[in-house]
Ligand binder design. Structure first.
Ligand SMILES: *Cc1c(COP(=O)(O)O)cnc(C)c1O
Length: 369
């Protein structure tokens, strides 16, 4: 049996007709950038997340950079970032000229550890980026209290957590601004690149619109040096169709995760833990085991794709070498790097597929454990 890490055909088949009709309509209108589709998506997504404003961008990395730029982040500033994430959470900070200050993650939830944040705050701390990692919302209450105490803005990296919630608050509605990715394999994925910013701050929303559209405030009215980062109409149209299914697809991920957990009970592996406050959307199903590279290779031989998200913590990546970080200062991240493995998970995964992964995983662990 071949089990891909992610299989988009199931969801694509479900909405194929709707999407093809949408594309045909768009081609007869010939509006490919901006226009009604983008506006409609921004409105429905803002409503879904529970914020006043949504601004489409080219991708999530741009969304993070635009938020940081709009908040005036520059050389000399510091931005707190979790030690484990995708590189964009920290590279966006460097690209503004500021310095990322890494904080270790929680050993069970893998998001920014609130108990370690306060010690890293200095007079130069400009903002704090929380990452709702693997689909688990970060501890927003405790982190929010610290941010408020010091007057620091919270930026939410929601790339892995579309539809996740902290109690009743959806990710992307709890900080000053949220950045989303519509990369095809994310929980809400386009058929190409895409992203957006969500916020309740009108000034920020207006500023990002100008920054992301060549610094224009209206056609040819260039006010500042901006850039070009837009969600295109085709992707917006596809996302409008897909958003209707997001809750259902997230529920299917949760069900798949529950089956994995039942099949893998015992002390065989460290299973994902959902904090009490969280609606976890299982962008990834991440376990911890010994000899993860050997186990990954074993699974591959049995036709099962498993990956590491990510092989190294941010603190050990080459582009951050100049910061002279010591991996012993980030023990949780260091430990994760030696143990994590992401198993296949996607809305259309079948019970038979999950069971096949589990049987082979058990065999691999017995072999290498
Ligand atoms: C995917 C991802 C991003 C980047 O998203 P793009 O749309 O590809 O730029 C940023 N942060 C995290 C945590 C991600 O998983």
């Amino acid at each position: 049996m071949n089990i891909p890490f992610n299989d988009l055909t199931w969801q694509n088949n479900l909405i194929k007709t709707e999407i093809l009709e949408g594309i045909t309509a768009l081609m007869s209108e010939s509006v490919y950038i901006g226009g009604e589709c983008v506006e409609e998506f921004e409105n429905v997504f803002a409503e879904y997340i529970g914020v006043k404003y949504c601004i489409g961008t080219g991708n999530c990395t741009d969304a993070l950079e635009l938020i940081l730029e709009a908040c005036g982040t520059r050389a000399g500033d510091e931005v707190i970032v979790p030690a484990y994430s995708w590189i964009s959470s920290a590279s966006s900070v460097i690209r503004t000229g500021a310095t990322p200050v890494f904080v270790d993650v929680h050993p069970d939830y893998y998001t920014l550890d609130p108990s370690l944040v306060e010690a890293q705050i200095t007079p130069n701390t400009k903002a704090l980026i929380v990452v709702h990692f693997y689909g688990i919302p970060a501890e927003m209450k405790e982190i929010g209290a610290i941010a408020e105490k010091y007057g620091i803005r919270i930026i939410e990296d929601c790339a892995q957590a579309a539809g996740a919630a902290y109690n009743k608050g959806k990710t992307g509605s709890m900080g000053w601004a949220g950045a989303f990715s519509f990369y095809p394999t994310k929980n809400l994925g386009a058929l190409g690149d895409g992203g957006c910013v969500t916020t309740n701050d009108k000034k920020l929303s207006d500023k990002i619109r100008v920054l992301a559209n060549h610094g224009q405030k209206g056609k040819n009215k260039h006010k500042i040096i901006g850039r070009n980062s837009r969600l295109d109409a085709l992707q917006a149209k596809i996302l409008i169709s897909k958003l209707k299914y997001l809750d259902d697809w997230n529920m299917r991920r949760v069900k798949a995760a529950a089956r994995y957990c039942i099949r893998l009970t015992g002390n065989l592996v460290k299973l994902p833990v959902t904090p009490e406050y969280a609606r976890h959307v299982y962008h990834l199903f991440v376990i911890q085991i010994e000899n993860h590279y050997e186990v990954q290779g074993f699974l591959e031989q049995r036709g099962i794709q498993a990956f590491m998200h990510y092989p190294l913590p941010l603190t050990e990546l080459e582009p951050f070498e100049h910061l002279n970080l010591r991996s012993c200062d980030f023990p949780v991240a260091k430990n994760m790097a030696n143990r994590i493995l992401s198993l296949p998970i996607f809305p259309g995964i079948s019970d038979v597929q999950i069971d096949y992964v589990c049987e082979n995983l058990k065999e691999a662990i017995a072999f290498f454990g």
